[in-house]
Design a protein around this ligand. Structure first.
Ligand SMILES: N[C@@H](CCC(=O)N[C@@H](CS)C(=O)NCC(=O)O)C(=O)O
Length: 213
């Protein structure tokens, strides 16, 4: 049995669990993915609330150490299982590393109208059909696209040279648009599609969904 357990949602639709799952896969760490039903309120069980501190998924258990908040989990994995023994999740250069963390924070704390109108169920699930984006979501999309175009070098397949976990996070945000046929610059579509083909990402995306999802 692995001493690493990642707690995620039973529907496999959490963008935050996705990030940590990809991080664990990239590091080639054996781990157990334990799913909680958010509909059934599994995450509100007293033990889970106490251990996770936040009562949200994802949470990582490493032996007797518990951690929640997806970017904190990504950074913990980077520190606990460093290169060269394990793949890097973050760039080496201090400023690139800071920029990667900035993008992760931006993707988690901003762009709410886009996240609401293009939920991950439209990427990971079987839901079909979305309404046109509202002006608020179009404004968020404009800022996302401007930031991504600024940071992504021409023909680059990753933001900072080699693939990093921030690429998985950014590609997922872009897929909210690409997967729903919303207009997106071609090179961002190609970047997101390239990231989507990584085995670590496909392991999550291609996972069999529960019935009806
Ligand atoms: N900032 C957190 C967000 C975690 C989060 O919002 N998780 C959602 C699922 S995607 C959740 O646990 N929702 C259940 C609830 O809040 O009751 C992270 O990055 O991990």
């Amino acid at each position: 049995m692995s001493d690493l357990v990642l707690y995620g949602d039973a529907n496999w639709q959490s963008p935050y669990a996705f990030s940590c799952y990809v991080a664990l896969r990239e590091k080639r760490l054996p781990f157990e993915y334990r799913t909680l039903s958010l509909e059934a309120g599994d995450h509100r069980a007293p033990d889970y609330q106490r251990n996770s501190l936040t009562g949200r998924i994802p949470a990582l258990r490493h032996g007797d150490f518990w951690l929640s908040e997806s970017s904190a989990i990504d950074e913990y994995l980077e520190d606990a299982f460093p290169a060269p023994g394990h793949a890097r999740l973050y760039p080496v250069a201090v400023r690139d590393r800071a920029r990667a963390r900035q993008v992760q924070a931006f993707l988690r704390s901003d762009l709410m109208p886009l996240r609401m109108e293009r939920p991950t169920s439209t990427i990971f699930g079987r839901s079909q059909g979305v309404d046109p984006l509202t002006p608020a979501a179009r404004e968020a999309t404009g800022r996302l696209v401007a930031a991504a175009e600024h940071l992504l070098a021409p023909n680059a397949s990753a933001l900072f040279g080699d693939f990093g976990v921030v690429d998985a996070d950014l590609a997922l945000m872009l897929q909210r648009l690409a997967a729903n046929g919303d207009p997106l610059p071609e090179r961002l579509v190609a970047y997101a599609a390239g990231v989507w083909q990584r085995p670590s990402v496909q392991a999550f995306v291609a996972h069999e969904l529960p019935a009806g999802r």
